[in-house]
Design a protein. Sequence first.
Length: 138
Amino acid sequence: MRKRLLGGLVVVAAASGCGGSAPAAAPSAAVTTQTQTQTQTQPQPQPQPSNSPLADCVTSITPWLQTYLDGGSDLGDYQEMGLSSAQGGALRDLQRQAAALRAQGPLPSGWVAPAVGQACASILAARAAVTSKPTGWP
């Protein structure tokens, strides 16, 4: 029994990327299940990229914000979450906004979706402004 339990722990450590350099997936990327004889990681279906940069941005940020709102404190580095620098900054801003709103009482119902949508729209507008300027010498 002891060997089987230790063997299961090794499988869990190996499956979870312990010591690896692969980036972390979104919070719902995998579910680990354990039976009496084996431990296995079952990947969950990942959302397919859309043709909309706004929808892709919202899909990237929302699960991490929800994890924070559900009690997660240190979510790690934005790159480990698979976010761009701008998305990571937006996530930190949304966390601060949520904390300020919670200091006044519960978050308003439905606050997450429009807040993330507005943050992503700002990111895309800033990117469009930068990429629309000509490059090179004046």
